[in-house]
Design a protein around this ligand. Structure first.
Ligand SMILES: Nc1ncnc2c1ncn2[C@@H]1O[C@H](COP(=O)(O)OP(=O)(O)OP(=O)(O)O)[C@@H](O)[C@H]1O
Ligand SMILES: [Mg+2]
Length: 176
């Protein structure tokens, strides 16, 4: 499925619509040009999941974790980084954490990092990975693959490969 996004907001909106369809355990692998809109899209996914936090590009922290805490919003460092924990609330009631990775700086990610990523792939979380080509061989077969191509200052071509028939059916009804 191919979409021409005409501005940044459209890309966020597309992410949001896809985020709303997720039920947990999905891996969303993002590919393509620098400045292609991967982080903008991730921001939309967060919104679709009901996350109120501001999503920032995790390029320099590898992973940001937006975790549910029903009482309050807080930030605190996780082991080994400046990672952030925030609050998510999901209208459906199911509480999903967003794990947002960016492997731009990791041509060959180390085993520990890959293992922690693999552990995060479970029904409680949605995993979004920028520069997914760096971890291609560790991605599950049903990963949702999305490629961003720079067309002009405000236009991006976005190609979505859902990874399973079930997801394909869900995404065919996107109200985007
Ligand atoms: N149609 C569009 N979709 C998404 N972003 C757009 C669009 N048009 C313009 N932009 C701008 O392009 C930039 C995209 O940046 P973003 O950080 O999302 O890219 P990225 O793919 O994550 O890059 P990187 O590989 O550096 O992580 C933003 O500044 C955004 O405002
Ligand atoms: Mg980015």
């Amino acid at each position: 499925m191919q979409i021409l996004s005409k501005n940044s907001n459209e890309t966020v909106k597309l992410g949001e619509e896809i985020g709303k369809k997720l039920s947990g355990g999905e891996v969303i692998a993002l590919y393509g040009d620098l400045g292609g809109g991967k982080t903008q899209f991730a921001k939309g996914i967060a919104r679709g999941l009901g996350i109120k936090d501001n999503i920032i590009s995790p390029t320099f922290v590898i992973r940001r974790e937006y975790r549910l805490d029903s009482r309050r919003m807080f930030t605190r460092p996780l082991a080994g980084g400046n990672d952030k924990e925030g609050v998510i609330r999901r209208s459906s009631g199911k509480k999903l954490n967003l794990l947002h990775y960016d492997f731009y700086r990791f041509e060959v990610p180390d085993r520990e990092l890959v293992e922690s990523m693999e552990e995060g792939i479970n029904p409680d979380n949605v995993t979004v990975i920028e520069w997914a080509e760096r971890v291609e061989k560790y991605l599950p077969k049903d990963a949702i693959k999305i490629t961003f191509k720079y067309i002009s200052e405000n236009e991006r071509e976005i190609e979505i490969t859902p990874g399973s028939q079930d997801l394909e059916d869900k995404f065919s009804k996107l109200s985007f």
